[in-house]
Design a protein around this ligand. Structure first.
Ligand code: NAD
Length: 490
């Protein structure tokens, strides 16, 4: 699909491509731009502005200037902006889904699901804004009262990844707006259009100028670095890879910024002998193949107990083998391309390495097509311990399966990982389900389900998957400070 064809469909023509600074859409200071590619063809869809550090400083100026008035805006007004944004996103779901599919590659059905999921954060936090409250108590020793109040953290920097370009934005923007914070958002250079479209919707919903500023850039380190050293910035919230997260934590230590780090995952997926094997296969498909495996929640290490290993692998191979791979805009397609050539080469290299070490491919195992960055949905068995396919986060449609015998062995394998975002387990035993859920070193657990994401639930990890929670009642706390007031009682 060419840009012209998209324009004819009335989609890309409506998406802003400028920087949003203080309520104005403008060009980058040096006039440079970044091409946005369709990963299913490699064709350029459009280009957006390539911000410099000076542009980013202007965005922080705007966010800082808008801060005091926005913090004083009544919670009900902030909530209503979010609620209108929810309605607008929902009404424009088809346009937004097409933008996501074009710039990121996932099938339209998945993009629609992302729009619905992303919109839920707007609705959920519109409901949370009026419920921000402190507490009142008597000092236990007498002579005083303890009051606490919640106040917005202040200007935030938000850095988002390309894999869920809309939902990873609303998951940060909505609680910040609800809490009364202002923000500078830097979306991933591969997928800036979804965030720009969202920013335009937030404006239309009545968000005052400067509260949400957006800078797109091809030089994130150079552009973000000075912001992290600026004393007006109070918080950094980052969703992305663990190595970049570590660098940002170091850089933000000078200003002792409040931090939320939603980093990589390498989720274990455990299937026990007493599982409903059909449900486990369905769960594995959802947890592994959604977004072509490019999800922080993707099931990257599948551990199956010996008694059901053959039945499970046969079922999974059949389903993986029947997936329709293709351009996300085409009807019936279930798996799109990987985001770029580098991503695909990385996945292919890991599979090849595992095969050299003795693993065997049951289905898939190769790059596909002559254009775009497609990789066949793949099931690999007999993956040796220590293979990078197990130790590192693989962002692709590859399910490595390992057989285990004992529950304790499965838990040890699951926890033998740097990351700790989510773990999945399938068992019909209630006691085992809860026992293993308690034992997993992860921030989230899917018990007999392959999908955990929910705007009403706290999303986040432990270990190298970071800290902080997005969504749920916890999500707004990331954007609030607690102030304690001691009141003398006489
Ligand atoms: P990435 O770390 O390469 O990039 C993420 C963002 O950081 C992008 O906007 C990028 O431009 C920016 N960035 C890169 N280098 C930077 C620097 N030096 N300074 C400032 N910003 C910089 O990650 P990615 O490849 O875009 O996304 C995939 C990763 O994100 C995976 O590891 C995945 O698990 C993780 N992820 C985590 C969650 C979660 O909630 N835990 C959700 C989605 C994705």
């Amino acid at each position: 699909m060419s840009v012209t064809a998209d324009r004819e469909r009335g989609v890309l023509s409506g998406v802003p491509t400028g920087l949003l600074v203080g309520g104005s859409w403008r060009e980058a200071g040096d006039g440079a731009s970044i091409d946005v590619e369709d990963p299913s063809t490699g064709a350029v869809l459009t280009s957006v502005q390539d911000a410099t550090a000076t542009d980013a400083a202007a965005a922080l100026d705007a966010a800082a200037a808008a801060g005091p008035a926005w913090a004083r805006t009544p919670a009900r007004e902030r909530a209503e902006v979010l609620r209108r944004a929810f309605d607008l996103v929902t009404a424009r779901a088809e346009d937004l889904a097409l933008i996501i599919t074009l710039e990121m590659g996932k099938p339209l059905a998945e993009s629609r699901a992302e729009v619905a999921y992303g919109a839920e954060f707007l609705r959920w936090f519109s409901e949370e804004a009026p419920r921000i409250a402190g507490r009142y108590g008597q000092a236990p020793a007498g002579g005083g009262r303890i009051l606490t109040m919640k106040q917005p953290v202040g200007p935030c920097l938000m850095i988002t990844p390309w894999n869920f370009p809309l939902a990873m934005g609303t998951r940060k923007v909505a609680p910040a707006v609800a809490a009364g914070c202002t923000m500078v958002v830097k979306p991933a250079a591969q997928t800036p259009l979804s965030m720009l479209a969202l920013a335009s919707i937030m404006e239309e919903a009545g968000l005052p100028a400067g509260v949400l500023d957006v800078v797109t850039t091809s030089s994130p380190g150079e552009v973000v670095g000075p912001l992290l050293r600026d004393p007006r910035l109070r918080k950094l919230t980052f969703t992305g890879s663990t190595p970049v997260g570590r660098t940002l934590v170091e850089q933000s230590s000078q200003q002792l910024l409040r931090l939320s780090m939603e980093l990589g995952g390498n989720a274990p997926f455990l299937v026990f002998d007493d599982a409903d094997v059909g449900a486990a296969v369905e769960g594995a498909m959802a947890a592994k193949m959604r977004n072509a495996g490019q999800a922080c929640t993707a099931a990257n290490r599948v551990y199956v107990q010996r008694g059901v290993a053959e039945e499970f692998c046969e079922g999974l191979a059949e389903q993986i083998g029947s997936l329709v791979v293709g351009r996300g805009t085409q009807g019936g397609v279930q798996v799109g391309p990987l985001v770029d050539d580098r991503a695909r080469s990385g996945v292919a290299a890991r599979v090849d390495e595992a095969l050299e070490d003795g693993a065997r491919v049951v289905v898939g195992g190769e790059a596909l097509g002559s254009q775009g960055y497609f990789y066949a949905p793949t099931l690999v068995r007999d993956v040796p311990a220590g293979s990078r396919l197990l130790t590192d986060e693989t962002f692709g449609p590859v399910a490595p399966v390992v057989v285990f015998d004992e529950e304790a062995e499965a838990v040890a394998l699951a926890n033998d990982a740097e990351h700790g975002l989510v773990g999945y387990l399938f068992t019909e035993g209630l006691d085992r389900g809860l026992r293993v859920a308690e034992s997993l070193e992860t921030g989230m657990v899917g018990l007999n389900t392959g999908v955990v994401s929910d705007a009403a639930a706290p999303f986040g990890g432990v270990k190298a998957s970071g800290y902080g929670r997005e969504g749920g009642a916890e999500g707004i706390e990331e954007y609030l400070e607690t102030k304690y007031v001691r009141v003398a009682s006489r």
